[in-house]
Ligand binder design. Sequence first.
Ligand code: PGA
Length: 250
Amino acid sequence: MSRNYYIAGNWKMHKTRAEAAELAKALAAQLKGGKHKYLVAPSFTSLEAVGAVVKGTNILLGAQNCAPEEQGAHTGEVSVLQLKDLGVQAVILGHSERRHIYKEDDALINKKVKLVLQHGLEVILCVGELLEEREAGRAEAVCETQTVKGLEGVSAADLGRVTIAYEPVWAIGTGKTATPEDADAIHAYIRKVIGKLYGPAAAEQMIIQYGGSVKPENAAQLMAKENIDGALVGGAALKAETFVPIAQFS
Ligand code: PGA
């Protein structure tokens, strides 16, 4: 298997510019020479400050969302062109907080995915089921739909810049982690879906991160699973003391 591990920190709506830059400095120092792929996604307001710190390091600069249009009358939105101007290299799209709190649907997310890819950036596309969907036996179907619709119209060439993050909504910020076995089963299923859409080689290469209460204590067991290729970390990404051990799991 030739997939590289990819560990990303989603800082959500936390930290001032100074706090964000301080964390970025600690991460840049401690992850220097680290063997995996790393990304941090601060709030829009801290992108410039964090970008100045991580520039030239092995940590990519990510944004947590962007608008579905390049520019225009979209009060309160941030465009991919503006993100690119700040040095942003990847955008997290379809996070469950965007889907469920801000009612983003698959069609909107797909529009954003295509726009971000068109501008040469990477995408982390988040998928994942709600607790009631899991209990109704629909976890695979929900993830399949979100994957298929999220990637509609994405070329095989552009797929190389897409990472999928499986984040069961009931595990996000709750302290409940999917068992490594349960997570791996969904990852394997998503990989099968990618295979149906793009063929076996693309499926084999697709990086699928797990997200949902990843901590230093559970990172290694999750990463040990065949289909888990990294993590999208929320709460534990807010401190170097908890993010670094995840990023350097062994
Ligand atoms: P969590 O968040 O690690 O705090 O559960 C993960 C995420 O929402 O990406």
